[in-house]
Ligand binder design. Structure first.
Ligand code: SP5
Ligand code: ZN
Length: 335
């Protein structure tokens, strides 16, 4: 399968993240990609499609913030990487605050997604990988893979979080729509609910968002991904959340997946974007499902049976030593 990755995606290198009250090594690190790159063959660098495809999803104020936040943090005399600590819970009035701490709160929803010197570069090139994989599919590939890092599905149009800064899946979907696709489905199979992707398309009837994930009653991101979130307005019924309990293994996973695949089939999509996280793996250090490496092939085969042109974007997966094998097992289901 054609696979896209740009070496500049390694630039993002926050040292630590806030976890359970202490700073611990940042789980979303470049070693993840190194393990995958060592397993896959024939990686292509993406073309540079520029900022316009990213602007179809993200606001200019947010993009300007992302590009300058770390520099502003340094100029404010801070040490370490930039993350927020105060948030406008009640509502986010469009205040133009010129203080880095306030802007970090304005444009994020958690404190565990630091912005480092290379964050913009990596996010930009990760998005370009997603665009390139989508273009490959639009050009006739049955499926293509974007090895996105950082991941994307937690960030919204104007906020970061969950290790995510640019929403690669949403950027891929909008690129497909700009190229003439009319109905696009997103299947999010990361362990965590893709709250940012859901938010971006929540009121859209032309984009179906289906997510199989750990029940947010017990797991991050807590506030989104509950089964009663079904979309609004023109998007009512075009969001389908299938939360599963901790400990879920292949059999129960596939039952939920089949429900999601049925919905995608009924929707009549002309392109599919898969947000693939390998943090559903039994050995994942921050997640609690029980899938084995070999399980990813039949899961992907079921998805492939939709027989839709499919752009796959990488999301999470933190069991680094097994990540390449898990990704390869998933991609094998499309061969
Ligand atoms: C894309 C994705 O999978 N994001 C997941 C974000 C989860 N963040 C909250 C969990 C924090 C766990 N921190 C563990 C650090 C271990 N070094
Ligand atoms: Zn995840």
């Amino acid at each position: 399968m054609r696979t896209f990755f740009d070496p500049r995606q390694h630039d993002h290198a926050p040292a630590v993240e806030l976890h359970n009250g202490a700073y611990v090594p940042h789980a979303e690190h470049r070693g993840r990609m190194e393990n995958v790159l060592a397993t896959l063959q024939q990686i292509e660098a993406p073309a540079d499609a520029g900022i316009e495809p990213i602007r179809r999803v993200h606001g200019d104020d947010y993009l300007a913030f992302l590009q300058t936040a770390h520099q502003r943090w340094v100029e404010a005399g801070r040490i370490g990487d930039a993350h927020g600590y105060a948030w406008p819970v009640v509502g986010r009035r469009p205040l133009k605050l010129n203080r880095i701490d306030a802007d970090l709160g304005q444009f994020s929803f958690d404190a565990s997604s630091p912005i480092a010197a290379g964050t913009w570069s990596s996010s930009y090139w990760g998005a370009q990988s997603a665009i390139a994989a989508t273009q490959a599919v639009l050009d006739g590939e049955r499926a293509a893979f974007a090895l996105c890092r950082p991941p994307g599905h937690h960030c919204g149009a104007d906020y970061l979080g969950g290790y995510c800064f640019l929403n690669n899946a949403a950027i891929a979907v909008e690129a497909a729509i700009a190229a003439g696709k009319r109905r696009v489905a997103i299947l999010d199979v990361d362990y965590h609910h893709g709250n940012g992707t859901q938010d971006i398309f929540y009121e859209r009837g032309d984009v179906l968002f289906v997510s199989v994930h750990a029940d947010p009653v017990t797991d991050y991101p807590f506030f989104w991904g509950h089964a009663d979130e079904r979309g609004e307005g023109a998007g009512e019924g075009a969001t389908l959340n299938l939360p599963l309990p901790r400990g879920t293994g292949l059999e129960a996973y596939r039952a939920a997946l089949d429900t999601g695949l049925q919905a995608i089939g009924d929707f009549g999509a002309d392109l599919l974007c898969v947000s693939f996280g390998a943090d559903t793996f039994a050995g994942d250090p921050i997640s609690q499902f029980a899938l084995q490496t070999a399980d990813y092939t039949p899961i992907a085969r079921s998805i492939a049976q939709l027989d839709l042109p499919t752009a796959i974007v990488m999301e999470g997966g933190y069991a680094v030593d097994a990540l390449g094998a898990n990704v390869a097992a998933f991609l094998a289901g499309f061969e």
